[in-house]
Design a protein around this ligand. Structure first.
Ligand code: LLP
Length: 422
């Protein structure tokens, strides 16, 4: 459930008419709802009760400071994958002891920054990384808390580009090597082995692959404890999917997911962490765009928008579906006709939807892409020298621009002219 609903025929973000924001700041823009973000965080938090737990928001899904701050105030932890994300989490007021550092390629500088600023745990993904972290921590006279990310070889049954838990993926330490890897980590100075980490993919629409992975984690916990490792924390990753369209069967709810977690690992006496991104931020955001032209092509019609693949790359990159709805609600039973919905960028890949049934729209009308709060703004670029689009956060009946649209001059002035061209 989200807080983007039609009221009296106009789309609202909470209590603010979306068209009012468009009139104030121009299109395209991202618009987020505080109530939806908070609700989704709480659903996870409650789903894990009564286990000792921490819900670590996956910063990669939406890293705006205002979004992080909204969640941090509710007690969220953060899952970060780069020095930049770590800095953003800290800047949003998240204490180091609530930040988990994941990622296959952490650099020495990133390790150093996190150790200096405080960190809950590093999710270590390989033996070379283990050695590097040991060296860095030792050189700083500190101890790094470590969970090893295990690759459980489970098929997440999601899009190939966002599946991470099969043995052929680059992520984690193969489960067959786990015992050796833990023995090795325990012997390295500067590391304290505290737990196990697993993440098998994103946009999972069934619980079964998670369950398979978590059963393997439970079994491994027993085996490692028998070898003398003090496994006291399990990081179960993110990945629970969201409904991108109402026509499909909805994915399992966080409460079902929580119940399954209690069933599979609840008896182990471990503190549980999860790292959801999409389920917290995805349906808490829309992308608002204006129709520039309606073009009648050879045998098909094109709806040309002012948003493009540089603003929301998911349809081009993953063939992802986003519902696209008019900001003015069509009359009940209004006629619909198929069209291709495209952006202005000079590539055929700049297509949001093919032969999508849409009600009649004209130049100047506004549309909203639903479910655009996760992996939308964070994956945007300035391709075609289109400035990054603004982000707006709504709370009840007011809104704030949480990232402004840069001017062309601001964009150009980021480049430097070398002396020989002056
Ligand atoms: N933890 C780790 C270690 C991850 O790699 C990810 C996502 C998450 C947590 C959060 O997963 P979520 O709950 O959001 O599914 N750009 C793609 C998604 C990439 C996901 C990468 N890892 C998309 O637009 O669908």
């Amino acid at each position: 459930m989200d807080h983007f609903l039609y009221r009296d025929g106009v789309l609202h973000a909470e209590d603010v008419p979306v068209a009012e924001i468009a009139a104030a700041i121009g299109t395209p823009f991202y618009c987020y709802s505080t109530a939806t973000l908070e609700r989704h965080f709480r659903l996870f938090d409650e789903a894990l009760e009564p286990l000792p737990h921490l819900v670590c928001f996956s910063v990669k899904s939406n890293s705006n400071q205002a979004i992080l701050k909204t969640l941090a105030r509710l007690g969220a932890g953060m899952d970060v994958v780069s020095g930049g994300e770590y800095a953003r989490a800290k800047a949003a007021g998240v204490p180091g002891e609530r930040i988990v550092f994941s990622g296959v390629g952490k650099t020495e500088a990133e390790m150093r920054a996190a150790l200096a600023g405080g960190i809950r745990q590093f999710n270590v993904e390989s033996e070379p990384e283990m050695e590097r972290l040991s060296m860095v921590a030792q050189s700083m006279g500190l101890t790094a808390p470590v969970a090893l990310r295990i690759n459980p070889d489970v098929d997440a049954r999601t899009h190939a580009k966002i599946s991470t838990g099969k043995s052929e993926n680059k992520f984690g330490i193969p489960i067959a090597r786990a015992r050796d890897a833990y023995a090795r980590a325990a012997g390295l100075p500067g590391l304290e082995v505290i737990g196990i980490d697993v993440h098998i993919g994103s946009q999972l629409t069934e619980l079964e692959p998670f369950e398979q992975a978590y059963r393997k984690v439970a079994e491994l916990t027993g085996a490692l404890r028998a070898q003398g490792h003090d496994i006291r924390r399990l990081d179960l990753g993110g990945g629970l999917g969201i409904p991108y369209t109402r026509s499909n069967e909805p994915p399992p709810l966080p409460s079902d997911y929580g119940e399954m977690i209690r069933r599979t690992v609840g008896h182990l006496g471990c503190e549980v962490e999860i790292e959801p991104g999409r389920l917290i931020s995805g349906n808490a955001g829309i992308l608002v765009s204006e129709v520039i032209y309606l073009k009648h092509g050879e045998g098909r019609d094109f709806l040309i928008l002012d948003a493009a693949m540089n603003d929301l790359i998911r349809p081009s990159m993953y063939d992802a579906h986003h519902d696209i709805v008019p900001v003015t609600e069509p009359a009940p039973g209004a006629e619909q006709a198929p069209c291709d919905i495209v952006g202005p960028i000079c590539e055929s890949g700049d297509t949001f939807a093919k032969q999508r049934n849409m009600p009649a729209l004209a130049a100047g009308d506004l549309v909203a892409f639903r479910s655009a709060g996760a992996y939308g703004a964070v994956m945007a670029s300035e391709y075609n020298s289109r400035p990054l689009i603004p982000e707006v956060l709504v709370k009840e009946d007011h809104f704030a621009v949480i990232r402004p649209r840069p001017t062309f001059d601001e964009m150009i002035l980021r480049d430097n002219i070398p002396a020989w061209l002056l």
